[in-house]
Ligand binder design. Structure first.
Ligand code: CAO
Length: 266
């Protein structure tokens, strides 16, 4: 951010001019009870903490959200084929673990997405480890535990990790270590519904993926329509670090890996 403009938009003591004189206008204080009965409920601890974090990101990061979709017909058939075997090992296979692997492969192709800006915003700190934060919906609010070293783990191990951390999150038993060291976050609403959404970057990371619900759709193959399982997804990113062309190259790459998961072996 240039200059030393304070939140009221006035010049700081450096004598530099105010940007636009706008700043952040305060929220109006309204007595809603004048319109009908109300109840005031204190926000929970987690909501207060995550709210502050989200607000920090919203105010500091110039967000762009790239929408995309991919054909996961073959991937999902493989998942269904492996489901019974996985269950025997105590693992529930969902699309999310395959997405985690595809994302890590794309992060290796596009290292700027697996980075953080230095505190002064002048340098990019690229990371050679791949720790994926997973947004988990808990009774107390949103929590983001981190699955470590996703590049080094197989699908079953990732499923086990995912089940363990989401259970820990829902039981309110996550430690600070469980929630730190993430390099990229995935927020999956695919088990619930929706077509697309714009996730907020989990700072100090520079990009986040939002997964929506896959649906069977007719896709034209040049001769006829074929039924394909199409999954919509989005990636929000920090535009100071990532350009639009790179943004769509990244989502295209994730989509290609998910459409043909054999490429994840290469
Ligand atoms: N498309 C279609 N179906 C999907 C899907 C997708 N993209 N993703 C998951 N599903 C299916 C799963 O296969 C599963 O189906 P079955 O029970 O028939 O096998 C079902 O949806 C439920 O999946 P799940 O939600 O239990 O498991 P998951 O691995 O997909 O997700 C977790 C785990 C922890 C991410 C999830 O439970 C959760 O908390 N999601 C909400 C995250 C959230 O709140 N994000 C918003 C943050 S911003 O406020």
């Amino acid at each position: 951010m240039q200059g030393s403009v304070n939140p009221t938009g006035q010049a700081g003591q450096t004598g530099q001019p105010a940007n636009s004189g706008m700043g952040i206008p305060p929220m109006p204080q309204i007595d809603f009870s004048q319109f009908g009965a109300t109840e005031t409920v204190e926000l929970g601890r987690i909501k207060k903490i995550s709210g502050k974090h989200l607000h920090t990101s919203w105010l500091n990061v110039p967000h762009v959200t790239q929408f995309d979709e991919c054909d996961i017909t073959q991937m999902d058939q493989f998942r269904v084929d492996m489901k019974a075997t996985a269950e025997k090992q105590g693992v529930k296979l969902t699309p999310l673990v395959f997405v985690m692997k595809a994302v890590v492969k794309a992060l290796q192709d596009f290292p700027h997405f697996n980075a953080s800006l230095s505190a002064d915003g002048q340098a990019l700190i690229k990371k050679s480890y791949y720790n994926i934060g997973i947004a988990v919906d808990t009774p107390n609010g949103l929590m983001v535990p981190v699955v470590k070293d996703v590049d080094k783990k197989g699908i079953y191990e990732l499923s086990r990790d995912l089940m363990a951390i989401s259970a820990k999150a829902r039981d309110g038993k996550l430690s600070p270590a469980d929630m730190s060291g993430g390099t990229f976050t995935i927020s999956s609403l695919g088990g619930i519904g929706g077509t697309q959404f714009t996730p907020i970057v989990n700072v100090p990371e520079v990009a986040i993926m939002g997964l929506s619900k896959a649906k069977m759709q007719p896709v034209w193959n040049g001769t006829t329509f074929e039924p394909k399982l199409i999954m919509p997804f989005s990636v929000s990113y920090d535009h100071r670090v990532i350009d639009g062309a790179e943004g769509v190259r990244f989502t295209t790459s994730v989509g290609q890996y998910l459409t043909d998961i054999r490429q994840l072996l290469l």
